[in-house]
Design a protein around this ligand. Structure first.
Ligand code: HEM
Length: 340
């Protein structure tokens, strides 16, 4: 059965060129491994986690201090979630710069965008679950940014929070998304993504590549296993060296001096600090539209035109610059400070 499944998403033979590491940098494979790790560690954490205020905090404290392997599993789940966001952006850029998103791969691109949205949602909903001060206020600030989206912003915010502010109802909504809806959607969207890759003839190769064919087992399988072992070791060592944060229990009446959104939304918070809110919200909307329309530009030549490449670089510079500013250069009361 395992054999059947394997050959459903893989051909029996592939071109030798497709095994070249620098073609993909293994980023898609790393993402798949990390999503699987998240599903597994999340399942284990769920045995001890209680999704109601106060108990949520106490159960996370219990996991982090009393349970056998509890700290390791929590750290793995926490850090893999963060690394997954970075790996996915790199995967997206790899696909973009190798022009691998034009027909017949545009549905792979769109399913990828959907997976990116799922990863951001999974990280964001998971952020609140420890119910500590850091989580409570970061989610408060991130959810308040939603209200700046014209027309749908406020109703969307109320829907997501399960009310007008972060409360037990929000924890319940986030928990249901994080542990039920999103994992199910991951399994469906990832299966579709892999099926599309297979359907469009595997990874895009250079036109001049040789036609030499190699068997997937063992040539590709051995390489994939070795790469997965390296990624797993890295994540394990990281989780053993750095504890996932857990600050004091959430206190809705005590606002901390500095409230930062989760790092992957920091660029949006920075934009709101620099620009008029409605104008600021146009930037992420424009970026989302840009990513959605990408497969349409340059489709005759199946190469992204120079202007599109420059636009992508522009977005990238702005987003990275703002994220770094928010992360390193914002001190107490969100004042601009030097980190050294
Ligand atoms: C959980 C999320 C994701 C997983 C597990 C995943 C997995 C993969 C894998 C294993 C490949 C094959 C080769 C490679 O490693 O590049 C691939 C290819 C591809 N992915 Fe993803 N991916 C994800 C998200 C994304 C995102 C965010 C995008 C872009 C919006 C994307 C677009 C594509 C495209 C267009 C290809 C075909 C590339 C080619 O033919 O060279 N994927 N993906």
């Amino acid at each position: 059965m395992l054999n059947n499944f394997f050959f459903h998403i893989r051909p029996a033979k592939i071109q030798a060129e497709a095994l070249r590491f620098r073609l993909t940098y293994g980023l898609g494979g790393a993402a798949a491994l990390m999503v699987s790790l998240q599903l597994f560690t999340g399942l284990l954490l769920n045995f001890a986690y209680e999704p109601v205020p106060v108990q949520a905090y106490l159960s996370v404290q219990h996991i982090s201090s009393d349970l056998l392997l509890g700290p390791l599993i929590r750290n793995l789940h926490h850090w893999t979630g963060h690394f997954l966001v970075i790996v996915l952006w790199l995967h997206l850029l790899r696909v973009f710069f190798s022009n691998a998103y034009f027909s017949p791969r545009c549905r792979t691109w769109y399913s990828g965008l959907f997976l990116l949205l799922l990863v951001l949602m999974a990280n964001f909903t998971g952020y609140l679950l420890p119910w500590d001060q850091l989580a409570f206020w970061a989610v408060t600030i991130a959810a308040s940014m939603l209200s700046y989206i014209p027309v749908i912003g406020s109703p969307l915010q109320t829907l997501i929070l399960g009310g007008s502010e972060v409360s037990g109802a929000t924890l319940h909504v986030f928990y249901s998304f994080h542990t039920m809806l999103l994992p199910t959607m991951f399994l469906i969207a990832m299966s579709y993504h892999f099926w599309r890759i297979r359907k469009s003839g595997g990874v895009l190769l250079e036109k001049k590549s040789s036609r030499k064919m190699l068997p997937v087992v063992p040539d590709l399988l051995v390489r994939e296993c070795a790469f997965m072992a390296v990624v797993s070791c890295f994540l394990m060592l990281f989780a053993m060296s750095f504890d996932a944060p857990l600050t004091g229990m959430a206190n809705p009446v005590m606002t901390p001096e500095t409230v930062k959104a989760p790092w992957y939304f920091l660029w949006l918070q920075e934009l709101l600090l620099h620009m008029q809110p409605v104008l600021a919200m146009c930037v992420p909307l424009a970026f989302a539209l840009f990513l959605l329309l990408l497969p349409l530009w340059g489709r005759k030549t199946a190469r992204s035109p120079r202007a599109v490449q420059l636009l992508m670089l522009g977005f990238l510079l702005v987003i990275t610059g703002l994220t770094f500013t928010g992360f390193f250069f914002r001190g107490s009361g969100m004042q601009l400070v030097l980190p050294w």
